[in-house]
Design a protein around this ligand. Structure first.
Ligand code: TYD
Length: 211
């Protein structure tokens, strides 16, 4: 029975920044220390998350404010549900790596909905669980669009140059605002895959030391 609470690490960045690859690297590192690690993502695979994926693909049309509220609702369900909720895992001593969290809601919906309101919507989730570290992988929207064009055929709602540029700028102003109080690492996503993984591990390996 693990005596310690698991760590909660979140990955952030614009679409196509390389989060999934780096999440895979980090999970392998943590597991190589024989520590339990669980990987998850938002929008989640739960009922609200599935609805959001339909909105993102264009299958279902919704107002952006409605989506902002749904993202926050999905986050609470992702944290609190008793089937595979993040909170339960962390309390069992399992380390959780999450692809996107509250900062995504601010950065993506802050472009089109009032930021104060989005913060209010996320306040409960923030009280329940704050990341031990937010890892922001920064890439130029040109690079991310090129990568996505190679990897898949269709584009989701926010995957345009204009929107991704606004979202990236929004991330930077958020990081400026929260950096004093929270552990936020910015990594250059244009570097080599292994070099990025190394930078991330150097910054957070202490969090996984026993004791
Ligand atoms: P992402 O993980 O980048 O997608 P994929 O798994 O398809 O690579 O996330 C899907 C989209 O959801 C992405 O465009 C960002 C958006 N998003 C928000 O707009 N707000 C949020 O709060 C979250 C969690 C995601």
């Amino acid at each position: 029975m693990a005596g310690h609470r698991g760590r909660f690490i979140t990955f952030e960045g614009i679409d196509g920044c390389g989060k999934s690859t780096q999440i895979r690297h980090l999970k392998q590192r943590v597991e190589s220390l024989s520590l339990p690690c669980w990987e998850t993502f938002e929008p989640s695979s739960g009922p609200v998350g599935s609805m959001l994926r339909q909105c993102l693909s264009g299958r279902m049309k919704t107002d952006e404010r409605t989506m902002a509220a749904l993202f926050a609702a999905d986050r609470l369900d992702h944290l609190l549900n008793d089937r595979d909720g993040i909170l339960q895992k962390v309390q069992q001593g399992i380390h959780v790596i999450c692809d996107r969290y509250i900062l995504s809601n601010y950065a993506y919906q802050g472009v089109s909905a009032p930021m104060d309101w989005i913060q209010e919507l996320n306040s409960e989730a923030g009280k329940v669980l704050q990341p031990d570290c937010h890892i922001f992988i920064d890439v130029d929207p040109e690079v991310s669009l090129e990568r996505m064009a190679k990897a898949r055929f269709h584009r989701d709602l926010y995957e345009t140059r204009e929107r991704l540029t606004e979202v990236r700028n929004c991330y930077f102003s958020l990081i400026d605002r929260f950096r004093e109080d929270e552990n936020i690492l910015i990594v250059d996503g244009s570097k080599e895959e292994d070099a990025i993984a190394e930078t991330i591990w150097e910054h957070i390996s202490d969090l996984f030391e026993e004791g």
